[in-house]
Design a protein around this ligand. Sequence first.
Ligand code: FPP
Length: 251
Amino acid sequence: MENLKNKIAENKLPDHIAIIMDGNGRWAKLKGKPRVFGHKNGVTSVREIIEGCAEIGIKYLTLYAFSTENWNRPKLEVKTLMALLVSSLKKELKNLQKNNIKLTTIGNIEHLPEKAQIELAEVIEKTKNNSSLTLTLALSYGSREEIVNVIKNISEKVVNNQLNIEEINEKIINNHLYTFSLPDVDFMIRTSGEKRISNFLLWQMAYAELYFTDTLWPDFRKENLFKAVLEYQNRERRFGKTSEQIETINE
Ligand code: FPP
């Protein structure tokens, strides 16, 4: 694995990696266990991937931990996911501090159980001055809902004469997203073989490289992350330009 890590070029790292952690339920089913067993093991992958990102120098990592649609899952599963969130936050604070990692969230945090909100607020406050990696948890998050809110907020400013319609541009929209302080997503990873974006960071992923792997989330560990980053580094990002133009810029 060290070998794999050494192959990663420091000067071609994605700034911002976003991950759809999928396949916990199927992983558990394959082992004849209840779905929540998969989520519990998924937490170990979360820890390894955060650590792996910190080791190679990734600046921003955003994890899709709970979507707005996930509220429709069986009550017990939702309860277990929230309990796992609270216990992981309690356990991981020390590691976040040690590794200089700042925690932030995106999504409708006010819809989470109070316990989770309190725990999140505490870890966010205690890690706010950390600067090596910004770890963002998407919780009760949906991208379309985020965009609807942006439109409402901007419209209100227009109605109140705080903003002219002509002034609305991509930067203004960016500044109204939950992710206003984060750069665009460079690299999106989804585990478990599903090839969808599922309402995750639609605006922010406009130019992201997409990486889909059959590995189920509880099996996705550091080695898998390093392999994915190496593939990212072998791709050519053109942002609408030709290969020749990109070569000239890089010369
Ligand atoms: C998708 O698997 C996973 C989730 C909906 C939740 C992800 C949560 C964790 C890994 C644990 C808690 C998170 C933190 C940040 C401590 P799935 O249930 O959709 O799997 P399936 O598609 O196989 O059913």
